[in-house]
Design a protein around this ligand. Sequence first.
Ligand code: L34
Length: 282
Amino acid sequence: MTLIDGKALSNKIQQEIEEEVNKLKQEGIIPGLAVILVGNDPASHTYVNMKEKACERVGFYSIVHKMPETISQEEIIETIKMMNNNSRIDGILVQLPLPKHIDTNKILEVIDPAKDVDGFHPYNMGRVVEGLDSFAPCTPIGVMEMFKEYNINLQGKDICVVGASNIVGKPMAALLVNANATVTITHIYTKDLASHTKKADIIIVGAGKPNLITADMVKEGAIVIDIGINRLSDGRLVGDVDFENVSKKCSFITPVPGGVGPMTIAMLLKNTLTAAKKRRNK
Ligand code: L34
């Protein structure tokens, strides 16, 4: 069994980005990321802090615009429009989830697709599905980078994606189909989850449910990618996979923490760098 080290790969990518930023700086270019953080969700604050620190590490300019839980949809939209017009900002990210009174889709559609480093705008999502050059969501492209780094060939593979969110499952499936895999997307209404996972050469799970994937659901020698991040009541951080038992059957598996999470951050930086270069025709 090979452990896929997302942390190490993330660090390697961040180093490459830092080197490129140093070169751009000689031309007077500093990539800039703006993050909108609404409310007091502790996990969101943790992730945004990590993103801010990562920006600092690679030499980006970054701002975090914090807004109270009670903020109106209109005020968020006005802030995004300001960022769309701010020439120092190359990437705009609205940390999700947003409070219930906010229509997330309405917010995401206001972001200039050229600054949509999360790849959540319907324009970019459409381009991802068509396999065109586009910003794609950071977590799925982070997973694709892991496959590349570990020389895992996807062509013709049976891949089961567990979870059908707009952020993870759907774009993940699109990227895999474009890499010539045979993809099954399962979700909470799937009748018999195990019947699908058992057949899969690769299982990619992002459902937010600890121990959803147990050893009996996994084929011998399968590859398991765990996108879930759950904090248990004792403070422990676990994924959606029963790692201890599932890992014994796997050829490759990602840990939580230290797997897909750090890759999400690296891909955000990569998308922001790409946005900065594209806006200047580089
Ligand atoms: N707009 N909202 C927007 N974009 C995103 O890409 C995200 N996401 C998800 C939540 N909301 C978002 C993230 O950034 C989840 N997510 C994310 C990013 C990084 C990590 C986890 C989730 C991460 O690095 N996790 C560490 C452990 C962190 C800890 O100790 O809590 C890990 O090793 O998995």
